[in-house]
Structure formats: C-alpha cells, structure tokens
Design a protein around this ligand. Structure first.
Ligand code: 5CA
Length: 450
C-alpha cells in the first residue's frame, strides 16, 4: 500500500476528550472516529487491525472444533420475554419498535436466539456435543460509554455457545474454551489471565474472566504473582482430549486470581505475602457454564439413548474483539505511539523513502514493496514528499513493528536500514537480506487482513 493513496487521517493534536492512552492513540493514528457516544466508525487502519484480531479468533475457534455461524443484530423481543430476560436485562438493552408495533431489540448477547435455533433443529443426543459461535456487533446502552472502544455502546464480540448432554461434557466445553482463549490472546501478543468472576446477567456458577493487567483497567483484581509467569507457548493441544484440557485449566486457574466481585480476603491471605498483588485489569473475555438455565426456560431438550427427554447443558463464551484493540495498545505503546505485536499489526513493515523523487531511492523502495508483497507480506510505503522526521513520526505513531529506511547514502553502499519499533535498534542490511529477515520474523504470524 502506498501511503499517498491510503486514507490515514493522523492528528497532530492530542484529542482532549480522550482520557486514556489507547483512546488517544487510536484517534491520533486515524483508526476510529466517534459517530455518537460509544459508537464509532472504523477507519481503514483501525478496521484492518479489527479484521486481523477477528481472524485470529476465527482460526483458534475453528481449531478448537467450534462452528462459525451468524445471527442477526436485530431480534424480536418474544424470545427474551420467554426466557424472562426482557425485563431482567434492564436499561442496557436497546429496545426498538418496528412499524407494526412489534417489540424488537438490538442484541446485547444471543443465548435466547441460539437456543431457539437449537430447539427447532436438534432433538437427539446423537447430535451432541455442539458448539457454534459468531462474531457480530452487539449493543449495550452503557450508562457511561468511555475510553473509546473499551466501553462502547456498539461493540464487536465473539460469542460462542455449547450444547452438551451432561454437566461433565459441558465442563469439557468450558475447559476447551479456556484453553483456546489462552492461545488466542497469546497470538495477539497479550497476557490475559483467567480469573474467577461473577456471572452477572448471563448467570452461572462457573465463570472466568480473562484480564489484561493495565493501570487503566476498569476492574480491580487480586492475584498471586506466580500466575504472570505462566505462558501457553506453542504447545500442541488435542481439544477432544478431556484430561489434557483439564490439565491446562488446572495449571492456569489453581493459583489465586480473582476479580473484586469474587475476591476473598481470607483465601488471598494464604498466598505468600511477597506474591500477593492488587492491580487493575481490562476484561477481554469471559466464559460461562450455566447448566440448564436457558434450555429449561426455552424448552431445549434432547432424547437420551434410553429414550428419556432431558434439558441440554449449556455455556456461553465471549471475546471482546473491538475492546481488544484498546487492550493491546494499553499493553504495548511508548511516548511516540503504538507498538503493534507482529500478530495483529495492520501492515507488516513500513518503508520510508528519505528522498522521494530520487530515481535510485524510488526504485529501491518499489523493489522492496514488490518483494515483500510477493512473499505475502503487507508493506506500507510512505511515498509522500515529506521530510524524514515527519515520516518517522507517522510510522512511530501508527506502530508498525518494523521499518525499512531507504536513502541515497545507504544505497551507495548497497544497504537499507531495518529498525525495530519496539527496541529502536537498527541494522544495515542489503535490501534482499532485509526482506528475508522480515519473512522469517513473520513466519509464525501469518494472519490475513483486508
Ligand atoms: N453471552 C456472554 C458470552 S458470549 C457475554 O455476553 N459475555 S460478556 O458480557 O462478558 O461479554 C463478552 C466480552 O465482551 C467481555 O468480556 C468484554 O471483553 C466485551 N464487552 C462487554 N461489554 C462491552 C462494551 N460495552 N464495550 C466493549 N466490549 C465489551
């Protein structure tokens, strides 16, 4: 992509309405524009990252054996009246009346609708287990939308739902989600710690929230610092293997880690004092097992092998896809701007031409652009006639992890400069070697965007 042809409305000034760094940087980097309170347009750069995050979520859900599908954003209120949540959900639910005076709503979550699809189509234990998910816009009329995409009114969420014959099977689904979420967040360069939480309006006794530690987080959390030493890494997982998934769950959830809703001072006191931590966190996902709450209410039953009719055991599992952009930036930035982890960066490398119009420099940049594209990478070539300082500042602000700087002086010696956004370190390399190095760096981070 040529920057001269792209739409990247970066702001020089720091927007005064933004209270936290991720919101400021998303506005300054031209990623989002507020349309009304808690509702945003996703400008090209922000949309690209959103798509990359979404694609990682899809890949990891499919890897875990979950089936993608899509449900509408506008739903009839009837099902919600049937489950009892139409009144219980309160003011956060955006209620709409259509021209025939029918009660509709903009979906804040989709337990009712998926359960209706299930009950209309599944009647035998032979069709279980089943887990389906979608990535879809949600609306919650938050009383105080704030912090940009962190607490929006309209937000993008992955919501998955499992249907199982027994509690035991449903708990395997719960564990499987926990494992797949650990993998998902790590691919985005994030450490998200599973913490014991509260079911809230979704309900259920078993629930974990995934929290990214950050000073600006809205949740107060209490944990044993040993949990921050854990990493999922690139271990192989067989998602059908009950013991293996259970093993990972125990490894990641036996140490004390709780949100304030479930915090227990006495239990926390048993953690060795030097490992006790109180901090703030951003909730980027939550998993629930709620038994037969919705299947009882909506009559979602199957026949067992013995011919008995039983309510299915269910759980639901969410990832805050749009919130993740804010969380990643909170966790990865410096004074100059964003520092994207390789897994989610909108472009893999920036190419900065120090002397636009110089025949040799232009040709070298174009060759680099072609070579990277041929290798399946997406470079962003700053081909504008601007001074070098301005180009560097833009690249730093938008946070591409790697920058190739091309100028007549280096080219005389046959080299360009490859710079890491994170460390600031540069090395001089032949252009082909710079391309080869980027191909190697991104070998483990192949996520397509748009
Ligand atoms: N039905 C369940 C699981 S699918 C559910 O709705 N869970 S939730 O309420 O915890 O939402 C899932 C995730 O969406 C949260 O962990 C959070 O990361 C994200 N989320 C929730 N509310 C907002 C909001 N107002 N703005 C941005 N993200 C949000």
């Amino acid at each position: 992509m040529r920057l001269s042809r792209y739409f990247l409305p970066v702001l020089k000034e720091t927007p005064s309405e933004a209270q936290i760094v991720s919101h400021r940087l998303m506005l300054r980097a031209g990623m989002i524009k507020q349309s009304s309170a808690g509702i945003y347009s996703w400008l090209p750069l922000g949309f690209k990252v959103l798509r990359k995050i979404e694609n990682i979520v899809h890949e990891e859900q499919v890897r875990a054996g979950h089936i993608p599908m899509q449900m509408p954003t506008l739903q009839s209120a009837d099902l919600w009246k049937e489950s009892g949540r139409y009144d219980a959900y309160g003011e956060e639910m955006l209620r709409i009346t259509d021209r025939h005076d029918r009660d509709m709503l903009y979906t804040p979550t989709a337990e009712e609708l998926i359960t209706d699809i299930f009950r209309s189509n599944v009647s035998s234990y032979k069709d279980l287990p089943l887990t389906m998910y979608q990535i879809q816009w949600k609306f919650r009329d938050e009383i105080r939308p704030r912090f940009g995409v962190m607490r929006g009114r309209e937000f993008y969420m992955k919501d998955g739902y499992n249907f199982d014959l027994s509690k035991e099977d449903a708990l395997h689904a719960y564990n499987r989600h926990l494992v797949s979420y650990l993998r998902t967040y790590e691919r985005m360069g994030l450490q998200a710690i599973p913490m014991r939480a509260d079911g809230g309006p979704i309900g259920g006794d078993y629930t974990h929230e995934f929290l990214v530690l950050a000073e600006t987080g809205e949740s107060e959390v209490f944990y044993d610092s040993a949990v921050t030493d854990l990493s999922f890494g690139d271990r192989e997982i067989d998602y059908d293997n009950v013991e293996q998934c259970q093993g990972v769950l125990e490894e990641f959830t036996t140490k004390y880690a709780r949100t304030d809703e479930t915090h227990d001072d006495a239990l926390f006191g048993e953690v060795p004092e030097e490992r006790r931590r109180t901090a703030r966190g951003i909730e980027v996902g939550q998993i629930f097992y709620f038994g037969t709450k919705y299947s009882d209410a909506l009559g979602a039953q199957v026949q067992t092998a013995e011919g008995e009719k039983v309510s299915v055991h269910m759980g639901s599992h969410g990832i805050g896809v749009s919130r993740l952009l804010g969380a990643i930036i909170e966790a990865s930035h410096d004074d100059n701007g964003i520092i994207w982890p390789e897994g989610v960066t909108p472009f893999h490398a920036g190419i900065v031409n120090l002397k636009q119009g110089d025949a040799e420099a232009d040709a070298a940049c174009e060759a680099l652009e072609k070579a990277l594209e041929a290798a399946g990478l997406e470079p962003l070539y700053d081909d504008r006639k601007e001074r070098a300082g301005g180009k560097f500042a833009t690249m730093d602000l938008i946070g591409l992890p790697w920058r190739i700087t091309v100028g007549p002086r280096g080219l005389k010696n046959g080299v360009v400069e490859l710079t890491s956004r994170r460390s600031g370190e540069s090395e001089e390399l032949a252009p082909e070697a710079a391309v080869a190095k980027l191909i190697e760096i991104y070998a483990d981070h192949r996520v397509t965007g748009l």
